[in-house]
Write a protein that binds this ligand. Structure first.
Ligand code: TXE
Length: 499
């Protein structure tokens, strides 16, 4: 059962009565935090104490940065093709451990095992393979002038500080590690203190494939004690951060004084627009997925559904039927569609928004609290059943602030113009989706939505070559495909004048 199902064969982890003790991985060595302080990690599904992780401090960050600096010269000497081969080896090794990744991710995050297997584990392997291929296809540009030749070199930036959140732990870490390594950087990674397991697994894989020591360093810990010293460290040249907008603001302040290269993937409050001509039945699975994937804890989730007034009642009835059919429960069960929220604090934050919705005049159409009849084993876990709220104005706090849970609000609109106006009514600008039989009209609307990504008749349909990132308070910069290669390198022009 959950909590007892922790692999015990991993040499770097000490297992004491089912509580795993994780270590930092610095200069190729597994080590405890210098201060010997630890953070307790809990299973979201059961509330059980499952791991102790290093509560690292600036001392550990200093050691990791020093190791990354020491390894930088050697790593930069490899050709991009050789580094692509390393990525491929990491992908192969991760692929061998797919089931273990899925189990650890499901245990650590409370997400359904099928999601962890099909999305988290699969995408983590795919990220390394994708960037390996990008490296092999990579060509530096040449710009000829009548009397000179310009060559563009892509040099490593130096030591990359990678900070990742808890919702898609290895998926997002691998999305940063793969291009950072490919372009010749060395790394200090700090994963979320709430989901440390698969970051340690990645470090094991990196050790197993024999990547030179110090090229990849892992420091566990919380944001203030480990994350902040990492972003402030003078020898960190680049920071790639995915997390909340408030934290992103702190990271940006810290990075700016050192003129570090910065990429921020932050929160979202994305609109799902249902036009009057939508085919409700065939599109409903996609719309429900956009609303509740990973318990709504994906920055791209459509947490506001805007519905044309002419089909409002019909759509809402069909939507509620589909939501009520979702299987909420044991994350380890293959049938489960919705698991637990990441922590007690996050569950309380989401619940506070549900309470606020009632104060703001909202009508809770379903959900609104823990699932009814949840088995005893999960009584101490962090659960909220899928919640649908009607009757809020589109400018209410619940409809404009990021809740990041299994909660959606419903809003009618009268024409495309009003839908766009509502969609753009938040400080966020990450993503959105439009559901319609008129794909031309949908595409025209998409252009007017203030966000980095808009899907028409689909959601989170990802081609890894395309730019990924947000506008407004959803972030700074783009990653994905050549945008990642560009971010994780310094483009240098060499101009040679001919005689
Ligand atoms: O994330 P944090 P939290 C949103 C979501 C959620 C809110 C807060 O709305 O409710 O953010 O979540 C590290 N310097 N998203 O508090 O704090 C931290 O240790 C450097 C959206 O869990 O942003 C972790 O590794 N690092 C998001 C990482 O930042 C710091 C996914 C993210 O944690 C730091 C998660 C500091 N001062 C939450 N403080 C998305 N975009 O998908 C914390 N960290």
């Amino acid at each position: 059962m959950i909590g007892g199902n922790i692999p015990t064969h991993l040499p770097e982890r000490e297992v004491m009565s089912d509580v795993v003790e994780l270590s930092n991985f610095i200069a190729g060595q597994w080590q405890p935090p210098q201060c010997q302080h630890w953070i307790e990690n809990f299973s979201p599904a059961t509330g059980e104490h499952i791991a102790n992780i290093p509560c690292s401090s600036s001392e550990d960050i200093d050691l990791a940065v020093e190791a990354a600096l020491d390894a930088a010269e050697q790593w930069s000497q490899f050709s991009i093709n050789e580094r692509a081969d390393w990525l491929e080896k990491i992908a192969d090794e991760l692929e061998q451990r797919t089931d273990e990744i899925a189990q650890l991710e499901s245990l650590d995050t409370g997400k359904p095992i099928t999601l962890a297997r099909n999305v988290d584990a699969a995408r983590s392997v795919a990220n390394f393979r994708f960037f390996a291929n990008q490296g092999r296809e990579f060509e530096s540009e040449i710009f000829e002038m009548s009397d000179a030749t310009n060559r563009v070199l892509y040099k490593p930036v130096g030591v990359a500080g990678l900070i990742t959140p808890w919702n898609l732990p290895l998926y997002l870490l691998s999305w940063k590690v793969a291009p950072a390594l490919l372009m010749g950087n060395t790394i200090v990674a700090k994963p979320s203190e709430m989901t440390p397991m698969t970051a340690s697994l990645l470090a094991e894989v990196i050790e197993d494939v024999g990547l030179p020591r110090g090229v990849f360093n892992l420091v566990h810990g919380n944001g203030l004690d480990a994350g902040a010293p990492l972003t402030a460290h003078p020898d960190i040249n680049l920071i790639s951060f995915t997390g909340g907008t408030a934290t992103g603001r702190e990271v940006a302040k810290s990075a700016s004084s050192g003129f570090k290269k910065l990429s921020l993937e932050l929160g979202g409050k994305n609109a799902t627009i249902i036009r009057e001509d939508v085919d409700i039945e065939s599109m409903m699975p996609g719309i429900v997925r956009a609303s509740f994937l990973n318990q709504g804890q994906v920055c791209l989730c459509g947490s506001r559904i805007l519905i044309h007034e002419s089909i409002y009642d019909v759509f809402v009835e069909a939507f509620l039927n589909a939501v009520n059919d979702m299987i909420v429960g044991d994350p380890a069960d293959d049938e489960t569609e919705l698991g637990a929220l990441i922590s007690a604090a996050h569950r309380d934050k989401v619940m506070s928004y549900i309470d606020l919705a009632e104060e703001e005049g909202g009508d809770i159409l379903c959900g609104g609290g823990p699932p009814v009849g949840i088995p005893d084993a999960f009584a101490n876990g962090f659960w909220i059943s899928p919640t649908v709220i009607d009757g809020l104005t589109p400018d209410s706090r619940c409809a404009t602030e990021e809740i990041f849970g299994p909660v959606v609000t419903l809003h009618p609109f009268s024409d495309d113009g009003e839908a766009i106006e509502i969609a753009n009514m938040t400080d966020y600008g990450l993503a959105g989706s439009i559901w319609t039989q008129d794909v031309d009209a949908g595409s025209r609307m998409a252009e007017q939505i203030e966000s980095g990504m808009v899907w028409v008749n689909c959601w989170l349909h990802r081609d890894l070559r395309v730019p990924f990132g947000g506008v407004k308070h959803s972030g700074v910069g783009r990653e994905g495909g050549r945008w990642s290669l560009s971010f994780f390198s310094e483009a240098v022009n060499i101009c040679v004048k001919r005689e």
